[in-house]
Design a protein around this ligand. Structure first.
Ligand SMILES: [Zn+2]
Length: 176
């Protein structure tokens, strides 16, 4: 029952990732309809439901589009938890200021990259040019519209059922 369910606004804009229980409540209350489901059934005393994987609200929710906040988690998600210098994936990752902070490098999307500890030590207080290290791709602020938190969103794009609904919204993940 802890499967994720993607909640779409009436206009199919991604709104939220929730769990099956909460999605079923929306369906029971007539607030949402199933767009996609997996094969299972949930039995309740009176009814049985298909287990939804994507639901759509039957009414339009108007919410201000939140600003995408810069955070460690969001940068790691943008870079797919992969060192942008050597391509290593894993848990021993940190954030690299591409132009070091004490050399005037800012804490912004364009100056931060996911980096493994090894590369971080090797690069030390140098620019990539000085350290002769090259970034796999230019670091950009993701072009991102939905209301879901960015790391959650990136994880959700890997769900086959969600992919078609989410992929139009992230331009910077197109290289995948
Ligand atoms: Zn590395």
């Amino acid at each position: 029952m802890d499967t994720s369910v993607l909640v779409l606004n009436q206009n199919y804009e991604p709104l939220n990732i929730t769990n099956v229980r909460r999605a079923v409540v929306l369906l029971c209350m007539g607030k949402a309809e199933v767009v996609k489901d997996d094969t299972g059934y949930i039995r309740s005393i009176e009814q049985s439901f298909r287990i939804p994987s994507v639901v759509r609200l039957v009414y339009f929710v108007k919410r201000p589009v939140p600003e995408l906040k810069l955070s460690r988690k969001s940068v790691l998600a943008r870079d797919d938890y992969t060192c942008q210098y050597c391509g290593e994936k894993g848990s021993n990752l940190t954030l690299d200021h591409i132009i070091p902070r004490d050399r005037g490098g800012k804490t912004e999307w364009e100056n931060l990259a996911c980096c493994c500890l090894k590369c971080n030590n090797k690069k030390a207080n140098r620019t990539p040019q000085e350290a002769r290290m090259q970034l796999c791709r230019p670091p950009r602020k993701p072009k991102y519209v939905p209301y879901i938190s960015f790391p959650k969103f990136v994880a959700a794009t890997r769900n086959d059922d969600f992919h078609e609904f989410l992929s139009p919204y992230v331009k910077s993940l197109e290289h995948r």
